[in-house]
Design a protein around this ligand. Sequence first.
Ligand code: ZN
Length: 162
Amino acid sequence: MQVADKKVVTLTYTLSDPGGAELERSAEDSPLVYLHGAKNIVPGLEKELAGKSEGDEFQAVVAPEEGYGPKRGLKPVRLPRSSFAKDAELKPGIAFMTRGPQGQPMPLWIKKVQGPTVICSVEHPFAGMELHFRGTIVEVRDATEEEVEHGHAHGPGSAHDH
Ligand code: ZN
């Protein structure tokens, strides 16, 4: 079976910057599971994976425009440490969801903790970066109607196990 719209794809990957430094990788015991054609992953990688089959290896060099977007130089947001849960892990790079001015869900990424203040970026840490992916397609299956309706994969390994 080939990767196409309305297929659920399981894959392992590593993501590196143009200099070859590893930025992230799928965990050994939990590969990435996503619904193809539903904007679950960056567009440049989704394009590269279309037509691949189980067992295929892939490599993709994704420009920022097809990745996490250009760096926009937006001002960091300063939040009081007290607005976080007491046991929250406040480390650089950690993402969390907050609410924007209109109440819309908005991701923030922690840049640093400065005394009582947590400085956060509204931009993805990989914005403006050329992304170098490599990995292997582990499994391709038909999505269920419910998955297509929800716009994401269900089941083990997916981010939406509900
Ligand atoms: Zn769902």
